[in-house]
Design a protein. Structure first.
Length: 170
């Protein structure tokens, strides 16, 4: 926050602060990690030969990002009375997409089942055409870039009138 900026102006520019200053900070961390993942993917596929160090870094950060992003969105969905119906709908859609990739990454299980995903596998698939990695269940990989962008789009779309109450009031 700039010294000459009022708290009201800061809240207007960062409406999620009204729900939770702490959670807003975690979202900022996820935004920063998102940028680094995208940069790593861009670097990994910048030439004909894949830069494996950048690709590996993108995969490692994606794993952590997925876990963090899911927890942030889960928390917000549990406090759905704190958000407008439109914001809640966007968050629930995002939560479903994150859950699909989180379960194989966090619990090494297929979503909704106690069936293990293959252990002797790569942590992520590679999509050379789209300069991307595929995360989640190796038999049903999902675009990391699309997931990162969906998260960014949902959180960037939140407006002051989408935040109805503080987290503590739920």
């Amino acid at each position: 926050m700039l010294i000459d900026q009022s708290w009201e102006e800061f809240e207007r520019q960062n409406p999620l602060v009204k729900f939770s200053f702490y959670l807003w900070g975690r979202v900022r961390v996820l935004f920063d990690i998102r940028i680094e993942i995208i940069q790593c993917l861009d670097n990994a596929f910048a030439n004909e030969l894949v830069a494996h160090e950048s690709l590996s870094r993108a995969e490692m950060l994606s794993w952590l990002w997925i876990l963090g992003a899911y927890e942030v969105v889960r928390t917000m969905c549990q406090a759905d009375t704190c958000f407008s119906p439109e914001a809640t709908a966007k968050l629930r859609t995002l939560k479903r997409k994150l859950a699909i990739v989180r379960m194989p990454a966090a619990k090494m299980e297929k979503i909704g089942k106690s069936i293990p995903v293959t252990s002797g596998r790569s942590a992520a698939g590679i999509d050379l055409k789209n300069k991307d990695i595929l995360v989640g269940d190796p038999s049903e990989g999902h675009s990391a870039r699309e997931l990162l962008n969906h998260f960014y789009t949902v959180f960037s779309s939140l407006q002051e009138d989408d935040i109805l109450a503080q987290h503590e009031s739920r």
